[in-house]
Design a protein around this ligand. Sequence first.
Ligand code: TMP
Length: 217
Amino acid sequence: MSIDSTASQRGLFIVFEGGDGAGKSTQVAMTRQWLENRGARVATTREPGGTQIGEKLRSLVLEHGHGDIDSRTEALIYAAARAAHVQQLIAPKLAEGTHVICDRFVDSSLAYQGMGRSLGFSAVSAINDFATTGLKPDATIILDISAADGRARRIAASGGVEDSDRLEAEPDDFHERIRGAFLELAAKDPRRYLVVDATGSVEQLQQEITTHLAGLL
Ligand code: TMP
């Protein structure tokens, strides 16, 4: 589609995925700026979150202190937040011709709950097909990072202290499984995915990302 979207043209749905500490939020903000500089309307959002109920579910699932949350419950909370997100924000924005850049989407559930929590891709896909009514990203950018590098970056970003949420607090082998899952998903559909090495410079990553997106616009 043309970058000069009119209201009658659907916006592009662009998703950033990757392990914790990969630097997604920086690239989301830069990509938004890049699109806006070209005159496009852009909305940025994140998962879990993006709606009032989604932000409440985010606190529930990420903060410590809500007692045990078993893997199926965890997967359903993420899917419930996603259902609200698609219905209330993502689908309406795309329909009005706004590009939507989302920090995480279904692939995070496939990686973290499907692979990390061993629920399997097919069960997690099934609840997410229901939640999203089948909405798929037009482009998914995976910021690839090792568990050790991701942890080091999170610690550096929080001033040298390890201040982890429920998922970040999982051990490195959990985060390595997540990394493997993202790479596996990307390998299945190379046309829709771009994998970039998240240890590259911010500018270098942005260059790779915008070159890829320019090809879709
Ligand atoms: P964030 O820190 O990148 O905002 O993501 C929140 C955390 O939630 C992160 O550790 C990944 C995790 N997560 C899942 O486990 N499943 C999901 O479906 C999503 C969207 C995030």
